[in-house]
Design a protein around this ligand. Structure first.
Ligand SMILES: NC(=[NH2+])NCCC[C@H](N)C(=O)O
Length: 295
């Protein structure tokens, strides 16, 4: 999750939020904290894209679709990329399930490889699946991602993965809240992660430390402002929601370059930070031989 981002898939608020009227009809049933302002959301997104396009050569936009909700702005969730293509998921939030098929068609049109698709009663969100490294995959078992999905993902990726880590997610604020594995960990570099430890199973935290990963601890107030959701556009070069001063300072002290965007409308109200707004289709592995990576 930290190699230089080469290609990213996103969705513009024009096509996800559509209009103030549209937002008004949807935000409550999708459990947003409050109603996003459409005009402000577009301004915030322009700032976000400006940062992204400085670092990412290829940016693809998901199309408007009448089959999906405004949650589709969080383009990270319906699929997960591996070095061999995307896994098409099925969201654990029922209202988001139609997003996967729109995504499938989009990937096919763009000739972006697809590795497989979840079947049966498996549900998973991209936000629960985190590549710690090229060959280490962590998957959260919680309200969005279930046992069956974990079994299928493990099977699909078995030849690419040396260590598959299942992480038990806590109940926290309940089933309606959006709590993903990515809610409490973001990889910023090979040996640097931003974490919110109070939600972390001890065994997982120990594993990270055992791998020599330095953990930047996000305070509770900043966890609520998505301070733990940090997008690496390259190793130790990252984008985060503005207002998370302690996390930002700690990242800088650890040698990272930090860019910020105002994320009140596009991130905080819908609980989706910069990693959730972006689906990292291709990251370029820069160490050793130049090769493709999803990490
Ligand atoms: N990968 C993520 N953390 N995505 C956040 C998604 C937020 C969105 N409102 C949802 O409930 O699904």
């Amino acid at each position: 999750m930290y190699h230089p981002l080469e290609r990213v898939i996103i969705k513009h608020p024009n096509d996800a939020f559509i209009s103030q009227q549209h937002i008004q009809n949807e935000w409550q049933k999708l459990n947003y904290l409050s109603e996003p302002n459409f005009e402000e959301a577009k301004k915030e997104y322009a700032e976000f894209i400006a940062l992204l396009s400085k670092h990412v050569p290829i940016i693809d936009y998901l199309p408007l679709s009448e089959h999906v909700s405004m949650d589709s702005i969080y383009a990270h969730d319906p699929v997960k990329f591996t070095a061999e293509g995307a896994i098409i998921l099925k969201s654990g939030k029922e209202l988001r399930q139609p997003e996967a098929q729109v995504y499938r068609k989009f990937l096919e049109d763009k000739e972006i490889p697809i590795l497989g698709e979840l079947t049966g009663n498996a549900t998973a969100d991209g936000g629960d699946i985190v590549w710690l490294d090229e060959r280490v995959l962590a998957v959260g078992n919680g309200y969005r991602t279930n046992e069956e999905a974990i079994r299928q993902i493990k099977e699909m990726t078995s030849h690419m993965v040396d260590e598959f880590i299942e992480v038990q997610l806590p109940h926290a604020d309940g089933e309606e809240e959006c709590l993903h594995l990515m809610s409490f960990i973001s990889m910023v570099d090979k040996d640097l992660a931003v974490v919110y430890s109070p939600l972390m199973p001890v065994a997982f935290r120990k594993k990270l430390l055992g791998r020599g990963i330095q953990l930047i601890e996000v305070p509770k107030a900043e966890y609520d402002l998505l301070g733990c959701n940090v997008l690496a556009v390259a190793p130790s070069v990252c984008i985060m929601v503005a207002g998370n001063e302690s996390t930002k300072k700690q990242l800088q002290q650890a040698g990272a370059i930090v860019y910020e965007y105002k994320g009140e409308e596009i991130s905080i109200k819908g609980t989706g930070g910069p990693t959730c707004l972006t689906s990292p289709a291709v990251r370029i592995k820069t160490t050793e031989k130049r090769g493709l990576s999803h990490v």
